[in-house]
Design a protein around this ligand. Sequence first.
Ligand code: HEM
Ligand SMILES: *[C@@H]1O[C@H](CO)[C@@H](O)[C@H](O)[C@H]1NC(C)=O
Ligand SMILES: *[C@@H]1O[C@H](CO)[C@@H](O)[C@H](O)[C@H]1NC(C)=O
Length: 593
Amino acid sequence: MEATRIIFLLVLLCFLKMTVTTAINPCCYYPCQNRGICVNIGKDGYECDCTRTGYYGVNCSLPYFWSRIHKFLKPSPSFMHHLLTHYQWFWNILDGISFIRDSLMRYVLTARSNLIPSPPTYNSDYDYLSWEGYSNVTYFTRLLPPVPKDCPTPTGTKGYKELPDVKFLAEEFLLRRQFIPDPQGTNLMFAFFAQHFTHQFFRTDFNKGPGFTKALGHGVDLSHIYGDTLERQHQLRLFKDGKLKYQVVNGEVLPPSMKDVPIRMKYPDVLPVEKRLAIGNDLFGLLPGLMMYATIWLREHNRVCDILKHEHPTWNDEQLFQTTRLILIGETIKIVIEDYVQHLSGYYFKMTFNPELLFSEHFQYRNRIAVEFNHLYHWHPLMPDCFVVKGQEFAYENFIFNVDILMKFGVEALVESFAKQRAGRIGGGKNINKNILHVAINLIEYGRQLRFQPFNQYRKQFGLTPYKSFQELTGETELAAKLEKLYGHIDAMEFYPALLLEAPYENAIFGQSMVEMGAPFSLKGLMGNPICSPDYWKPSTFGGKTGFDIVNTATLKKLVCHNVKNCPYVAFHVPHNIDDESERGKKEPSTEL
Ligand code: HEM
Ligand SMILES: *[C@@H]1O[C@H](CO)[C@@H](O)[C@H](O)[C@H]1NC(C)=O
Ligand SMILES: *[C@@H]1O[C@H](CO)[C@@H](O)[C@H](O)[C@H]1NC(C)=O
């Protein structure tokens, strides 16, 4: 009796002593402010490395004189956003003054890119700088290192020991109840462009894990058009006049079938081989929208080859191919900045693609794709509830892997239809179609496996004030109360769910954090391309003035209309006249068109 009592007391004492002396890794508290680096010292000490942060003190929280001035003068992101999305008359005047416009664009590019470390720093296995982390490009890089493994909670010290059930989260907060159209008028032409364009550098290598990538070019290399290995590229090439292989079906130029180009592609087993189209990215058979863009770019490649061949009759196949590829990279970046980002931003300020703006700056012409950028770009709410082609409705099960849609309707009709169909609003929650909700479920799970730091840490990293409450994050009270119950603390809120649940800007496709975090990754990736560097950015790189002009005048509309017979309506937004009053409203019924 007495013995058991003593043993019990001993065990209790032991336990108490353990909880008292097992010190928590102080870096779990994220003590270092203003992008200072936390280093664990001894058993329970830490040091903040404040080098070049502009701040000093134990936690890098005390500003030097110039940082104080800078902080005081720097306009807030919401103020800037308001300015850029209002006062059209002002921006119209400014557009005519190239000196000011250029300075502003230079500021946009440098201020955004400076938030991205270059050369890259961490990855999912290295939370400190290392040669392995730098040199092994099979990893996605990471802006913020993983949460230390010995922290008391999954996101550090705040919140509960267990994060909310992922399936419940997705079904409660992300699942679409009724289609919410994007108030900026974004269409499916945009949505499929987004997916097509980004999947050249977002290709998670799930065999290795969610922190690894198969896209080793880490940027705009057009591997989705030309394949990611030399072998695949050679299979896709005609080896005549620099061109890619193609086939003509009912007068339409299409990618070759796998009968002629036996490369690895993902298709359902039942699909006969002659219907399987062979293109750079092995997954693009999935959606007619992706195959449509693949076809457009294939035609554009062969069109540019003809132009170059005409100018350089002595050039061999290889030089025609390689130069055309650089021209297409240039066209892509031009279109992404001046059509795609321009539309997405909703800015009245007219953005320009001009690499010369950065020649006077310290800018590194390199890029490494971050896993946070990949997560941020899961814009599945864009997808509608069904796809309308020439008035015919396709449910998901009839649209996915349906190669006949492209074959039957042709590029022109697909462009016309996708340009007129509204895409869903990305931000604000409850707008992911049930057929693709599993993608979001998996993604949140990967974020946990990768030990992503909490959302507020990312806010700080991008120079934004951390949210103080769930109400502040969502801009309402109902969802906020539910989230608070699930997470316990706003500093435990996760990265991806927060991005989708953040209150969108007024009449905008998403909220502040998506803009402030997405833009730096995006612009750094676009301008970090070698063709933007001083030794590349000249006419000779693109085969002379003609090629350089193709790059410098590229638009989405030209890309399409140079490659179809009759030019349809082409844009990244639905036509302004088809639903004028609902253009800015939210009460549109769930039918598209
Ligand atoms: C009906 C349309 C779509 C379907 C069926 C679909 C389906 C999928 C699937 C199955 C995955 C892989 C998820 C996993 O294995 O964990 C994925 C990944 C992804 N999706 Fe979508 N998606 C669609 C549209 C879009 C759109 C419009 C975007 C816009 C940008 C997008 C962006 C992404 C991104 C960035 C990834 C990660 C890719 C990677 O790292 O490998 N998706 N999607
Ligand atoms: C630094 O941060 C730690 C942990 O957040 C806090 O306890 C401490 O008071 C701070 N020290 C100073 C000097 O600000
Ligand atoms: C990169 O790291 C992974 C994981 O440690 C390893 O399997 C792979 O061999 C490395 N790749 C190279 C090229 O070193």
